[in-house]
Write a protein that binds this ligand. Structure first.
Ligand code: GDP
Ligand code: CA
Length: 300
C-alpha cells in the first residue's frame, strides 16, 4: 500500500517506524519548522528523529538522538565557553557536520536527507516539508521566541499565545512531497504535536489543499500528551486538552482519528464533528506496539 505520512520528530517517528514495519510503501513528509543554525551547523531535529528511527539507530530509552551516544564534544565545548543548552552527541554530530557541508555546497535538504537514508539502507522516503527556509516562532506572554529557544532553552515554560511560521508563504513543498500525497492510498497524520509539528508543514503552500481524508493518531491520551507540550499548549490556547480538540483542529483534513482506549468516552463527540473515531491502544512502548497501531491506521 502506498502511504504518505506527515510527521514531526519523536512521536511521529514511532508511528513511521510501525508503518515501515508493515511493509507499506512509505513516504514521510517531515516538519522542518524546528530547523535552526547552531554553532555554525544546520540542525534538522525532526528529520534526524525520523532517519534514526527508520534506520534502527535511535535511542529508545532516552527518546531522542542516537543509541550508544557519547558526549565528549559537549564537555569540551563547555570547557571552552561554548553554548551547551542544545545537546549534540558525538555520533549525532556527524549528521550535522555532513548536512551543513552539503547544504553549503548548494545541495537541497531533500537530496541530503535522501542521501543519508540511502547510505543507511532505509527504503522508506523522508522528504522535508520544504527545501526553503521555514522557521516556527512561538508567541508567548514573554514575547516571540525562536522555536528551539522556547523548546529547549526555556523548556516550554512560557505561556503560549500563538504561532507563526516564518517563510511558509514563500516556501514550496520539496520535490516529490505533493506527488506522494496525491498518489497515496492512505494519508496519515502521525501522533505529532498539532501546533508545532504538523501545522508548520500545512502552512507551506500546497499541503493543506492536498491533504484529504487522512487518518490521524491522536497524540493526546487521557487529557495528557505522552511527552512534550501539546496538552499544555491546548490549555494555554483556551482548549480542553483532549482528542476531541485534535479532531476539531484537523477538521476538513481527516476522516478518521485513532484515539486511545482511555478516551473511548470522547468517541461520540468526535463523530459528531464528522470524524470517525477508532478506539485502540495508542501508546507505543516499542516497535511491536507501533506496528500494531500502524496496521489499525492502514485498515481504517
Ligand atoms: P517532536 O518533534 O520530537 O516533539 O515529536 P512529535 O511532534 O512528532 O511528537 C510529540 C507528540 O507525540 C507528543 O504530543 C506526544 O503526546 C506524542 N506521542 C509520543 N509518544 C506517543 C505514543 O506512544 N502514542 C501516542 N498516541 N502519542 C505519542
Ligand atoms: Ca520537533
Amino acid at each position: 500500500m502506498k502511504v504518505a505520512a506527515l510527521s514531526g520528530g519523536v512521536g511521529g517517528a514511532k508511528l513511521a517506524e510501525g508503518l515501515m514495519r508493515t511493509g507499506a510503501d512509505l513516504t514521510v513528509i517531515a516538519n522542518t519548522g524546528d530547523d535552526f543554525e547552531h554553532l555554525g551547523l544546520s540542525v534538522s531535529p525532526d528529520i534526524d528523529s525520523l532517519v534514526y528511527a527508520l534506520s534502527g539507530l535511535a535511542d529508545r530509552e532516552r527518546g531522542w538522538g542516537r543509541a550508544n551516544e557519547s558526549w565528549s564534544f559537549m564537555g569540551a565545548l563547555g570547557a571552552l565557553g561554548g553554548e551547551t543548552w542544545f545537546n549534540l552527541g558525538d555520533l549525532d554530530l556527524a549528521m550535522h557536520v555532513l548536512r551543513s557541508e552539503r547544504l553549503a555546497a548548494g545541495e537541497p535538504l531533500s537530496a541530503v536527507t535522501a542521501g543519508f537514508l540511502g547510505r543507511l539502507d532505509v527504503t522508506a522516503r523522508v522528504i522535508p516539508a520544504t527545501d526553503q527556509r521555514l522557521r516556527t516562532l512561538v508567541e508567548t506572554e514573554s514575547g516571540r521566541l525562536a522555536f528551539q529557544h522556547y523548546f529547549v532553552r526555556e523548556r516550554t515554560a512560557p505561556r503560549v499565545t500563538g504561532f507563526a511560521f516564518e517563510g511558509a508563504e514563500a516556501a514550496r513543498p520539496a520535490p516529490g512531497a505533493l506527488e506522494a500525497l496525491q498518489k497515496a492510498e492512505r494519508i496519515v497524520i502521525c501522533p505529532s504535536n498539532p501546533y508545532i509539528s504538523i501545522d508548520p508543514i500545512l502552512a507551506v503552500t500546497g499541503y493543506r489543499e492536498t491533504v484529504r481524508d487522512a487518518v490521524c493518531v491522536s497524540p493526546i491520551i487521557g487529557g495528557k500528551a505522552v511527552k512534550g507540550p501539546a496538552a499544555k499548549m491546548m490549555s494555554e490556547l483556551g482548549l480542553e486538552p483532549s482528542s476531541l480538540a485534535v479532531a476539531r483542529h484537523y477538521r476538513g483534513l481527516i476522516r478518521a482519528l485513532v484515539i486511545d482506549e482511555a478516551d473511548a468516552h470522547e468517541a461520540a463527540a468526535i463523530e459528531a464533528e464528522g470524524v470517525r473515531a477508532i478506539v485502540a491502544p495508542t501508546l507505543m512502548a516499542g516497535p511491536e506496539d507501533a506496528e500494531r497501531l500502524a496496521r489499525i491506521v492502514l485498515e481504517a
